[in-house]
Design a protein around this ligand. Structure first.
Ligand code: SAH
Ligand code: ZN
Ligand code: ZN
Ligand code: ZN
Ligand code: ZN
Length: 443
């Protein structure tokens, strides 16, 4: 519809509205004409109405029949096994000889021999090896829901880079929030290499992972509303993990879906940071939990709004299953995805082999194409290309832009001079809506 949708608060919705994904979020719809705006609840995980039609005005009376229908819906959308049951099943699964280890591709489930019958007309994989069990992200289909649940898995090179960086910085515990591939790389090394001391706890909404990890290694979690599906016990698991026993330092790494609301994510991450702070005896009272938030560069100002201590690194994060988000060096498209961190930028050493260099003035590693601008006194490129300084705008702009006298700012040469009040919800720029934001267009 018209008008903008703003998030008010991740707040528990009224009775009967707890989704399978945890409490709904409270939004406000503001009309362009503007008074007040009407408040409504929507599901926090499935913001595409096609996937989850949950919607309720804040002041709406809901009939008993509708409540019953919702409860029924929630029951039907519960996973077939609990995490505890899945952990038990896994123990039995690994005892099976290779010839009896099957994975149902339709149900995305490891099968025990007694269950084969039920899945007889489903496609399945046989001879599931220990190596395959250690890499569930290769076994499971990446989820594909466009807006919120799309899973973009790190390319091997980016995943290895992140892990080397974490180890180089001296961290021994990684809170992996929506980073199953990084988690599996860590857990896999830990189970195979005697002297590998890093541990990871995965928090993710994708419950399929509960088949491969114990309750100490994976918590079913919704990062839009900071909801632990496993209740107080899961909370406690996370809290314990964040305790820096024996001086084992913790870092949180997160790679949320890009369609995700920055303010909802920021609010959850602040709660995770608070959990970390509470566990600290002394020493880090005034500090923040170290964090890497992996997100596209065009969200920079939004992220800094919520986390002023963060800065954006030039490193381009590559993905396996994303045609556009791959590294530029080999003629492929450049990735817009970056690392935002509250660590000192000069400590984030980027690979020289990939063209990154250290700018002594900015005290950080930058892309090869990123030139230090004398006037801005900073390396200003956001996308890796060389940007140019516009004296009228008093800042550096994209190489393809020109200063437009009508708009009184720099823009593409063939832009239509017009002023729209409401900027895009994603990038904040005028002239288009969130649904057609060029920043998010990937096919
Ligand atoms: N690059 C990462 C994956 C990022 S894709 C890697 O390779 O490890 C985004 C991840 O966030 C997915 O694993 C997805 O399941 C998870 N996710 C999506 N919505 C979520 C939510 N609301 N709460 C928690 N995790 C979520
Ligand atoms: Zn099946
Ligand atoms: Zn510089
Ligand atoms: Zn400049
Ligand atoms: Zn200009």
């Amino acid at each position: 519809g018209s008008g903008r949708r703003g998030l008010l608060a991740p707040r528990a919705s009224p009775r009967g509205c707890v989704r399978p994904s945890g409490p709904a979020l409270l939004f406000v719809k503001t009309s362009p004409g503007g008074e007040g705006g009407r408040r409504f609840y929507a599901c926090s995980a499935c913001r595409d109405r096609k996937d989850c039609n949950f919607f309720q005005w804040e002041d709406e009376k809901v009939s008993e029949a509708r409540l019953a229908a919702r409860e029924e819906y929630n029951r039907n959308h519960q996973p077939p096994f609990t995490h505890r049951q899945n952990a038990e099943r896994y123990k039995n699964f690994v005892l099976l000889p290779l010839s009896k280890r099957r994975f149902c591709q339709e149900c995305q489930q490891l099968l025990l021999p007694a269950e084969w019958e039920k899945h007889s007309d489903h496609q399945f994989l046989c001879d599931i090896s220990t190596a395959q069990l250690r890499s569930p992200s290769q076994l499971l289909y990446p989820l594909e829901n466009k807006k919120t649940n799309a899973q973009y898995l790190f390319a091997g090179r980016s995943c290895q880079f992140l892990l080397d960086l974490i180890i180089g910085l001296g961290f021994r515990r990684v809170l992996s929030v929506g980073t199953p591939r990084l988690h599996e790389m860590i857990q896999s090394k830990a189970s195979q290499e005697e002297d590998f001391r890093v541990r990871s706890l995965l928090l993710d909404i994708d419950f399929r992972y509960s088949q491969f990890y114990t309750e100490d290694e994976f918590c079913h979690y919704n990062m839009f509303n900071h909801y632990f599906f496993g209740g107080e016990a899961a909370h406690e698991t996370c809290r314990k993990f964040l305790c820096q026993e024996n001086g084992e330092r913790v870092i949180m790494i997160t790679d949320p879906p890009f369609g995700g609301l920055v303010e909802a994510l920021a609010s959850s991450f602040k709660k995770l940071m608070a959990m970390w702070k509470e566990t600290g005896k002394e020493g880090h009272n005034s500090q923040e939990m170290p964090m890497f938030w992996i997100f596209p560069y065009f969200f920079e100002s939004r992220i800094l709004e919520f986390f002023p201590s963060f800065s954006m690194m030039d490193y381009q994060v590559d993905y396996d299953n994303h045609a556009l988000y791959k590294h530029g060096k080999t003629g492929r498209r450049q990735s817009p995805v970056r690392i935002f961190t509250n660590l000192t930028p000069s400590m984030i050493v980027l690979p020289v082999e990939e063209g990154y260099r250290f700018c002594a003035i900015c005290q950080r590693y930058v892309s090869s194409g990123n030139q230090h601008c004398e006037i801005c006194n900073s390396c200003t490129s956001k996308d890796g290309r060389r940007w140019k300084h516009c004296v009228l705008c008093k800042k550096c702009v994209k190489p393809s832009w020109f200063h437009c006298k009508n708009c009184n700012c720099c823009a593409l040469q063939n832009h239509t001079c017009e002023k729209t009040d409401a900027g895009c919800f994603v990038c904040g720029k005028a002239g288009h809506k969130r649904s057609t934001c060029p920043s998010l267009s990937h096919t």
